[in-house]
Design a protein around this ligand. Structure first.
Ligand code: SF4
Ligand code: F3S
Length: 106
């Protein structure tokens, strides 16, 4: 399965949802997640993210491993998102910033 990782936080560009053939993205206030049981591993979303936040689970760095569980957990509680919307206001400013996990809103 593919996983949304830290750099989506406070950016939420949503380009990813536009290409997903199975609509398996779920939306929180400042982050998106992929439902691991619904993702069909097509890989279409990965190159679409301007923040390079989407990776296959096998390509995650050690420090990104917690995002596997975080995607699974939050996909169960957040609503589905299927259409692109405007990024968050400060998306460009936050793109690439480190240590964004502490800003994750649930
Ligand atoms: Fe959707 Fe394909 Fe991305 Fe999985 S890999 S989230 S199915 S676009
Ligand atoms: Fe997030 Fe990238 Fe999608 S920033 S909302 S994973 S396009």
């Amino acid at each position: 399965t593919y996983v949304v990782t830290e750099n989506c936080i406070r950016c939420k560009y949503t380009d990813c949802v536009e290409v997903c053939p199975v609509d398996c993205f779920y939306e929180g206030p400042n982050f998106l997640v992929i439902h691991p049981d619904e993702c069909i591993d097509c890989g279409l979303c990965e190159p679409e993210c301007p923040a390079d936040a989407i990776l296959h689970e096998d390509d995650l760095a050690d420090e990104q491993q917690p995002y596997v569980e975080l995607n699974a957990e939050l996909a169960e509680v957040w609503p589905n998102i299927t259409e692109r919307k405007a990024p968050l206001d400060d998306a460009e400013e936050w793109n690439g910033k480190e240590d964004k996990l502490k800003y994750l809103e649930r």
